[in-house]
Design a protein. Structure first.
Length: 172
């Protein structure tokens, strides 16, 4: 039997008690995964920019909304597992500002988790490659596949996509 699939696009999140598989692809964006093994409540977001309001595209606002829904479904702080992914430097070094958006997204997510006293049990962040995430809500497991970079000139050609490396995904 296959699990119901939820695919998160940028600026979306999913909070659930039912068993499902949540997937997304990240570059400089970040995803925080929450899982409560006691109540089987799970959550995952896909945030694009570090700070803002009234949009799930922002890390801080998205996390605030996600934790509200997580708790509303019965997720408990005690035993909660948090994982952080993404935040790659996907832009040309020639366009480098004092801090990259991916790095800032990671910093905001880490700061928010620390402020809320939510312990991070693992992370896979930074670097220059995107990631495909597969989150199994029942177990809290996350599988990560690193994606090869795409030449920016080819990025928007019809049928262009980031090829997946031919390696085993890392279970986190």
């Amino acid at each position: 039997m296959s699990l119901p699939l939820v695919y998160l696009k940028p600026g979306e999140m999913h909070v659930c008690r039912q068993t499902c598989r949540i997937e997304t692809v990240l570059g400089s964006c970040v995803s925080v995964v929450l899982h409560c093994p006691v109540t089987h409540v799970s959550a995952m977001n896909h945030a694009v920019m570090p700070i803002g309001s009234n949009s799930l595209h922002y890390v801080d606002y998205s996390l605030e909304q996600m934790i509200k829904q997580f708790r509303a479904l019965g997720g408990r702080r005690q035993g909660m597992q948090a994982k952080l992914f993404g935040g790659a430097n996907m832009f040309d070094q020639g366009q480098r500002s004092s801090i990259q958006v991916g790095q800032k997204n990671v910093e905001v997510a880490l700061g928010w988790l620390a402020e809320q006293k939510i312990g991070l049990i693992t992370s896979n962040t930074g670097g220059t490659e995107g990631r495909k995430l597969v989150f199994l809500s029942e177990t809290g497991q996350v599988f990560v596949k690193k994606l090869d970079r795409v030449n920016p000139a080819e990025r928007f050609l019809p049928g262009a996509h980031a090829p997946v490396r031919k390696v085993c995904p890392q279970r986190i």
